[in-house]
Design a protein around this ligand. Structure first.
Ligand SMILES: [Zn+2]
Length: 227
């Protein structure tokens, strides 16, 4: 089982970026929770842990400590951008990183940008705490600009949040070779095609036979009269 740590950015007393009636901390939690439930319900091979599942305040150190202690295989931090731009971008650490870190970013970036129609701002590198202090490959996505009217409109739409989450999931599925759960087959009919006939009455008068047949039909039985 691959251990995937999902970190919804900000929370509690830290709302993150705000704009257009939106708060970053709420959007990041929505996206993270959807990623978790899609992975749990539709795929096998991954164990998911969230840094927060509610509106808690967490320091950056608490987040990386949690992932390091758990022994996560991948750290995914979810954010919403602000500051007068538009579109999607993601980050890995700008210091020494493993080749896996680079490979995973390539796959994540490709799948997320495929799932959404945000402007693609590219794959980037930065000296962010969660990327630097996590002991496993780490990735941080910035999903649109909260202070951009067009991006904010998308972020207000739950179907769009779903697309963002699906993009992340598709990236994780490819990066870690997760398998789709097989839908359980409906139970096979035990009679395997054989039909058993039940006779319910023999009548001298055809009218009585028809009366009973009508009653049985009402109850949903297939009825036919023989002589
Ligand atoms: Zn943020």
């Amino acid at each position: 089982m691959v251990k995937i740590f999902i970190d919804p950015g900000h929370g509690g007393s830290d709302p993150g970026a705000v704009g257009n009636g939106l708060q970053e901390k709420n959007l990041t939690l929505q996206i993270a929770k959807r990623i978790e439930s899609i992975l749990k319900n539709e795929y096998t091979g991954a164990t998911v842990k969230l840094s927060r599942t509610g509106d808690q305040t967490l320091s950056l150190k608490q987040r990386t400590d949690m992932a390091n202690k758990w022994g996560a295989d991948y750290f995914v931090s979810i954010h919403i951008n602000a500051g007068g731009g538009t579109g999607y971008e993601d980050f890995i650490y700008n210091g020494n990183v493993s080749s896996k870190t680079v490979a995973y970013q390539n796959v994540m970036h490709e799948e997320i940008t495929k799932a959404v129609d945000f402007k693609d701002r590219g794959k980037k590198r930065a000296n962010f705490h969660v990327l630097r202090e996590s002991k496993m490959p780490a990735f941080l996505s910035e999903n649109g600009f909260i202070d951009n009217a067009a991006d904010a409109k998308k972020l207000k739409d739950s179907a769009y949040i779903e697309k963002i989450a699906r993009g992340h999931v598709n990236g994780l599925v490819r990066a870690f070779g997760l398998k789709k759960k097989v839908a359980s087959k409906p139970t096979q009919n035990k009679t395997s095609g054989k039909l058993y006939r039940v006779q319910v009455g023999a009548f001298a008068d055809k009218k009585n036979a028809e009366k009973l047949a009508a009653e049985l039909k009402k109850k949903g039985y297939d009825v036919y009269i023989t002589n």
